[in-house]
Design a protein. Structure first.
Length: 280
């Protein structure tokens, strides 16, 4: 019972990371549900889809009210991941539990590395550039590259569309296989390919997560036989964390938070791998 209560409390951490960073938090849900709450690996990935999908929906509301959501792009990105989601779900249903958890630990390491390195990329994009803001009443104010990016239209080139389709398929595959939202892929894809500002990419990524999680969960409609007494309270705490995170997203040091979270993911990955090997 103690483990279940701890798992429920840790849901706040998952939600806060989803709301403030737009990705990475869902990679914590499965290890928490398996090693703290005691769910089987396949059940944990299914429960994670439900939790992350619903919680992200709450996050979309907060980010949308702040003007940080491009709904059309999010829906298109999510819909493009249907094939990948189906393949991932089929693999999840047939793979050995230990293999799934070891693969999941590798995924966590990958996410941690991407998140840690993303800080340097964001700083490069946001550093001050000698660009005049001609929309600021002719004052000639200096603006950041991030603000310039907000004023640049999306360029729908063939190359960008192909890359977006590939990214969407990869995200769908990861969602179906591991029960994660894939925001760690969606956010940089939206920033690099569609030139979205960081906050808009984060808000829009939550739309993609909702769609991907919903599609993958629909494909597992007959597998919702896990411990609802753990999953529902966990869902509630994650949702609360997402709402709070989306509200404070503009008031926190995203770079410092991202790096701290990435370091924690490395620890979680090591624990997941070691525990899986020792219990095999």
């Amino acid at each position: 019972m103690t483990g279940e209560l701890i798992a429920i409390a840790l849901g706040l951490l998952v939600g806060l990371s989803l709301g403030t960073l737009g990705g990475g938090g869902s990679t914590l849900a499965v290890p928490i549900l398996v090693f703290v709450a005691g769910l089987e690996a396949q059940d944990a990935t299914t429960a994670s889809l439900l939790v992350v999908g619903v919680a992200s929906a709450f996050g979309v509301i907060g980010h949308y009210s702040a003007g940080n959501v491009r709904l059309g792009a999010g829906v298109a990105f999510g819909a493009a991941g249907i094939v990948g989601s189906r393949i991932g779900t089929l693999v999840n249903q047939s793979i050995d539990e230990q293999v799934l958890l070891l693969a999941f630990s590798a995924l966590i390491v990958f996410v941690a590395i991407r998140m840690y390195r993303s800080v340097s990329r964001r700083r490069d994009l946001g550093e001050i550039a000698p660009v005049l803001d001609h929309n600021a009443g002719g004052s000639g104010a200096v603006v950041t590259k991030e603000r310039v990016r907000q004023n640049v239209g999306v360029e729908w080139s063939v190359s960008a569309i192909v890359k977006l389709a590939a990214a969407a398929t990869a995200v769908g595959l990861l969602t179906g296989l591991f029960g994660v939202g894939g925001g760690f892929v969606v956010v940089p894809a939206l920033m690099l390919l569609l030139k979205f500002p960081t906050r808009v990419a984060i808000g829009t990524s939550l739309v993609v997560i909702v769609i991907n999680a919903g599609m993958a969960l629909a494909m597992r409609a007959g597998e919702l036989d896990f411990d609802w007494g753990v999953v529902v309270p966990f869902l509630i705490t994650v949702s609360v964390g997402v709402v709070v995170g989306s509200r404070v997203a503009t008031r926190v040091d995203a770079d410092r938070l991202t790096r701290a979270f990435a370091i924690m993911l490395f620890v979680v990955a090591a624990y997941t791998a070691i525990s899986t090997v020792l219990t095999a």
